[in-house]
Design a protein around this ligand. Sequence first.
Ligand SMILES: [Zn+2]
Length: 55
Amino acid sequence: MSSGHKGNKAFLPSKICLACGRPFVWRKKWQAVWEEVKYCSEGCKKQKNKASKKL
Ligand SMILES: [Zn+2]
């Protein structure tokens, strides 16, 4: 019947979280800063900051 042609929603870029080491997928909230995103969540971001403060 209909060939669902709704754009390329299937393809989303992904990265590995530097804190937990798990892959995470592009989200719309990151569209402006995707190049700078390093963590999958705020929790991981805080965790990493906490860890790296130790010198
Ligand atoms: Zn993470």
